[in-house]
Write a protein that binds this ligand. Structure first.
Ligand code: PHE
Length: 353
C-alpha cells in the first residue's frame, strides 16, 4: 500500500464514522445493528483493518493515526451501545404488545347461555363428594367385563337368572358368552379386592347395561354406584349407618332409609334399601305406589365365597357392599317422571338443573 498522509487517514475515518452513524440511525432491528457493529468494530471489521495498515507508516505518523482511529472506535462503540439499548427496548415493547391478552369481560348477551354438566354427571359427582367426605376412595372399572368378574367371582352360579341371555349384552369375542357389557358395578368390587390390600373403603361409580326395553323407569344403559368396605370387625350396623348417613347427606334431614331382607348371591345376609319417597315425603303417592318408600338399591355383608374368589381369608376379613342406581336416585330427587329424558339431551330439560 502506498503511504497515506495523516489527513488522508482522518478523511477515511471521518467517512467511516459518517457511514456508520447514518446506517445506525436507519436501523430498526437488533440483528442488523449487531451485523453493523461486527462489520465495523469487530476484530475483522473495517476499523481493525485500517489499524493493520498503519504498520507500514513511520512511527510518528503511526502514533497520530492510531490515536485518531482509537478515538473513532471509542465514539462509534458508544453510539452503538446507545442505539442497541434503544432497539432492545423497542423489541421488548413489540413482544409485549404481541403477547397482550384481552382480559376484558364479555358483555352479557341474553341470547348466550353457558353449558353445564349433565344431571347424571352432577349427581355422580355429588355422591363421590359425600363418600369422599366419609373417608372412601373412588375407583373405576371397565364397562366390558368377563364372565368371571361380572358373575363367577360374585358367587353367581351358571344357572342364576341374572346370566340369562335376556338380561346381558354379550360380545362376539372369544368363547360364546364369555364377555359382556357389565350388568352392574359389582365386578369393580372384585377388581378392587384383587388389586388392593384391605382395609378397603371405596365407592365405584359407572355405566352399566341391561337388555331392558326403555320405559318410564328403565333404560338399557344406566348408572350405578357401588360401595365396598373390607376391614376387620365390620358389622351390619356399620352398613346401616353408612346408608343412613349418605341418605341424609344427599336428600336432607326429612328423608330416612330402611333395610328390608333381600337376596344377592354375593352378600349374606342381604338387604334391599329403601328411602322415604322424596316426592310425597312418606305420605304415599303414585310414584311410591302409596307406600311412602322408594327402593334404591341392594346391600349386604360380603359373602365368604366372594372373599374365597379373590383370595382373602374370610376368617380374618369381613365387610359390606352396596349398590344403587344413580339415575333412579336423580329421578327421585328431582321428581322426573320419565327416565328417558335423561338420554334425550333435550336442552329444555337439561337447562333446568
Ligand atoms: N349389584 C346389585 C344390583 O345391581 C346391587 C348390590 C350391590 C347388591 C352390592 C348388594 C351388594 O342389583
Amino acid at each position: 500500500m502506498s503511504q497515506l498522509s495523516l489527513q488522508e487517514i482522518i478523511d477515511i475515518v471521518e467517512k467511516l464514522k459518517k457511514h456508520f452513524r447514518s446506517s445506525l440511525e436507519n436501523l430498526d432491528d437488533v440483528d442488523h445493528a449487531k451485523a453493523l457493529e461486527s462489520e465495523t468494530l469487530s476484530k475483522k471489521g473495517s476499523i481493525a483493518s485500517l489499524n493493520r495498515q498503519l504498520g507500514s507508516l513511520d512511527q510518528e505518523l503511526r502514533q497520530s493515526a492510531g490515536a485518531v482511529i482509537n478515538q473513532a472506535r471509542a465514539e462509534l462503540s458508544a453510539d452503538y451501545e446507545k442505539a442497541l439499548s434503544k432497539l432492545l427496548v423497542q423489541a421488548r415493547i413489540k413482544e409485549l404488545e404481541s403477547e397482550k391478552l384481552d382480559l376484558s369481560e364479555t358483555v352479557f348477551d341474553s341470547s348466550f347461555r353457558s353449558g353445564r354438566t349433565h344431571l347424571i354427571t352432577r349427581t355422580r359427582q355429588e355422591l363421590e363428594d359425600i363418600f369422599i367426605g366419609m373417608g372412601f376412595t373412588v375407583e373405576e372399572g371397565p364397562e366390558v367385563e368377563t364372565d368371571w368378574y361380572n358373575f363367577e367371582a360374585l358367587n353367581i352360579p351358571p344357572y342364576h337368572p341374572a346370566r340369562a341371555g335376556q338380561d346381558s349384552f354379550y360380545l362376539k369375542h372369544g368363547q360364546p358368552e364369555s364377555m359382556l357389557l357389565r350388568t352392574h358395578t359389582s365386578p369393580v368390587q372384585i377388581r378392587v379386592m384383587t388389586s388392593q390390600q384391605p382395609p378397603i373403603y371405596a365407592v365405584m361409580p359407572g355405566r352399566v347395561y341391561r337388555r331392558d326395553t326403555a320405559d318410564a323407569r328403565h333404560t338399557p344403559a344406566f348408572h350405578q354406584i357401588e360401595g365396598l368396605v373390607v376391614d376387620k370387625g365390620i358389622t351390619f350396623a356399620n352398613l346401616a349407618g353408612t346408608i343412613e348417613t349418605f341418605t341424609k347427606a344427599i336428600f336432607g334431614p326429612n328423608i330416612v332409609s330402611r333395610l328390608r331382607p333381600g337376596f344377592f348371591p354375593f352378600t349374606e345376609p342381604s338387604a334391599e334399601f329403601e328411602v322415604t319417597c322424596a316426592i310425597c315425603e312418606g305420605a304415599g303417592c303414585r310414584t311410591c305406589s302409596g307406600t311412602g318408600w322408594i327402593e334404591l338399591g341392594g346391600c349386604g355383608m360380603i359373602d365368604p365365597n366372594v372373599f374365597g374368589a379373590v383370595g382373602l381369608d374370610p376368617e380374618v376379613w369381613n365387610g359390606f357392599a352396596f349398590g344403587f342406581g344413580i339415575d333412579r336416585l336423580a329421578q327421585m330427587r328431582y321428581a322426573i317422571s320419565d327416565m328417558r329424558v335423561l338420554l334425550d339431551n333435550d336442552v329444555r330439560f337439561l337447562r333446568q338443573f
